[in-house]
Design a protein around this ligand. Structure first.
Ligand code: SF4
Length: 356
């Protein structure tokens, strides 16, 4: 997964010069109801995404990381309206995604595409890949007939396949080729923003780097902005510009890649990074083993939801929810160690606890 340093540097500088977010996510929540009994009464909620806010800037790759089940994929699907949000807002280039209907929503869907983790289930096994791409071009009134056929060939070639592959069915491709087809289908609509949801985790290690390089090449060529969802911090270190860490449905840290990998702020980020293998056998890393399991998002612990596993947990952590706030260096963390709460807030939280 090699990349010229200049290319990354150019992209990083483009990100820092822009202060207008392509995508602004505010207080996003997605709760799934828990239904029990013959009457399917709602007895609780799984808080898959719980009050998440972040922005993504033009041309950058914002990586959303965390353990399986932390809510990162749900976040990606909710902001594209593939799942209905429980609360919050998403604005794409200033347009309210959740309020859009009709032609406005169709235009937004064209602009915002997704590449799913599993290229096997993302394609219709009964359609040739050319037909699948032509169908999406027709639905969005981009091209029909011969023009759509040529466009399908063009995007397949751009994604490293052969023009003759338009006549093939999904089962005739390898896993890596199928993911190229899925990327080509997304690219056919000429989007400016792509959610890449674990796009390489279902692929052989030997071809993962090819797909990552393809995504980076397309980003450079078409000025794409990515939300890159992954549990693999080694991959994110390569492709990400900024990193957001999720734990139990909440964002606990956001920061530039360099600072994040050099000195993570949140204890959970520190534990995740301590588990990333290093290529140099002379470098000895101390692995941070977290105690216990991830709590249920249906019944998260009070206060900081990470406190039952945190090696630095204090009394205040059990009573007061830490807010995601900026540090002086412009990074964000939700931790009482990074942002010590004032005495009034601690007293209020303790009184609330005593009351309940
Ligand atoms: Fe650990 Fe407390 Fe920070 Fe939560 S708020 S991560 S429990 S130190």
């Amino acid at each position: 997964m090699s990349e010229p340093a200049t290319r990354k540097a150019e992209r990083a500088s483009a990100v820092s010069e822009s202060n207008e977010a392509v995508l602004a996510v505010r207080n996003l929540k997605k709760y799934f109801p828990i239904k029990t009994g013959v009457l399917s009464r709602v007895t609780g909620y799984v808080r898959a995404v719980d009050d998440v806010s972040f922005g993504i800037y033009p041309g950058e790759t914002f990586a959303l990381v965390g353990e399986s089940g932390c809510g990162k994929s749900t976040t990606g699907q909710v902001l594209l309206r593939l799942l209905l949000a429980t609360a919050g807002s998403v604005h794409f280039r200033g347009e309210d995604v959740f309020a859009a209907t009709g032609e406005r929503m169709r235009r937004l869907r064209k602009q915002m595409q997704i590449v799913f983790q599993d290229p096997y289930s993302a394609l219709n096994p009964r359609m040739t890949v050319g037909a699948a791409i032509r169908e999406i071009l027709q639905v969005h009134n981009i091209a029909r007939g011969e023009e759509a056929f040529e466009k399908a060939q063009e995007v397949l070639v751009r994604c490293g396949l052969d023009a003759q592959h338009v006549g093939r069915y999904p089962h005739e491709f390898s896993g890596g080729q199928r993911q190229r087809v899925v990327i080509a289908r997304a690219l056919a609509l000429e989007p400016s923003f792509i959610v890449a949801d674990e796009p390489i985790s279902a692929l052989d290690v030997s071809i993962q780097s090819q797909i990552i390089n393809l995504l980076e090449d397309l980003q450079d060529e078409f000025g794409l902005t990515y939300l890159f969802i992954s549990h693999d911090l080694s991959v994110v270190k390569h492709i990400g510009d900024r990193v957001g860490v999720m734990y139990l449905g909440k964002l606990v840290e956001i920061g530039g890649k360099r600072e994040f990998y050099h000195e993570p702020l949140h204890p959970y980020s520190q534990a995740l990074l301590s588990a990333v293998p290093v290529s140099d056998p002379l470098i000895k890393k101390k692995r941070i083993i977290l105690a216990g399991d991830v709590p249920s998002p249906a019944n998260p612990p009070p206060g900081c939801s990470f406190h039952p596993r945190c090696p630095y947990a204090m009394n205040v952590c059990m009573a007061l929810v830490p807010q995601l706030k900026p540090t002086e260096s412009g990074r964000y963390a939700a931790c009482h160690l990074v942002h010590p709460p004032d005495a009034d807030a601690v007293r209020e939280a303790s009184n609330r606890d005593a009351h309940y």
